[in-house]
Ligand binder design. Sequence first.
Ligand SMILES: [Ca+2]
Ligand SMILES: [Ca+2]
Length: 346
Amino acid sequence: MKKMIPLRTIAFLAISWMVSLADPTASAQDQQSAAFDAPVHVIFDTDMASDCDDVGALAVLHALADSGEAEILAVVTNRKCPANASAAVCDVVNTFYGRPDIPIGSDKDGAKVTWNKPSSFTPSLRDEFPHDMPADDAAPDALEIYRKTLASQPDRSVVICSVGALSNLADLLDSPPDQHSPLHGDALIRQKVKQTVVMGGHFPRSAQPETNIRLDPAAAVTVVNRWPTEIIWQGYEIGAVLHCGKTLRQEAADNPVRRAFEIRPFLGGKAIDHGKPAHDQAAVLIAVRGIDPKRWKLSPIGHVVVDSDGHTEWRPEQNGRHRFVQFATRPQRIAETIETLMQRKQ
Ligand SMILES: [Ca+2]
Ligand SMILES: [Ca+2]
């Protein structure tokens, strides 16, 4: 996904080479968790179908759960995988990391823009690795998982990390009261959600529509205009210069994260050859570790505008609820952290 700016092979390899150089300023502390008091309670909303950065992001989330920084409340999928295997692949990764019972839900109508290109990796992971999820059509519904999970959590405690289309978030916003909560969706969000991190768009203004917005522009418009709490936006420009995944070739053959990167094509080869942009892994880092000022800085408060064809633009607004994230350090330092977190700790 995120094909809006084609990367030239030579430029990519040059950047990969730079990323591969050891950063003398990166301390051991940078590879470890930031100070934390209690695990961050996360709902991970993923289009686990097209790009393997979603697999890498779920791996990073599990690594942060292993270190006590995160608790994974639920995983929901937001794009209709032609192989019907998005939920199964989420369960494959959860099972591999020893958390086979994390609730998983799939969006039954999917993003509103039709997308029929087969997934390069979901059928293989579904068939080659242990899990117990049915096909997406038969999996629990994402909206029900969202509402049930939010209703069960303390007020203002849940962090949502969205790394795909905004379809589920728009559905949640408009959801009626149900057996899980007497609250309408927007009131439930206001009561339970502490922070929302969205990988999507391009800031301060997109030259072309970014995939996560373009997949469901109506949902994106709903979210930018009506989401009742703060959103941190991570645009395309961040992940585009974070290239991760090449060290997965050192992992065991039964590691599904390695397998996804081995299968997923990228720049005439496979993602594992030189790594690939780590959009979704970066969003997980921000969702769990927050805005570490040594690594990130935030724009002033403002409002993201989405036009009808999916362009995004951030505009300053005193009463806005949106900020977008920028680098406060060299991108390779963050890429190294992601690379380390994607490796399975034995
Ligand atoms: Ca399971
Ligand atoms: Ca994604």
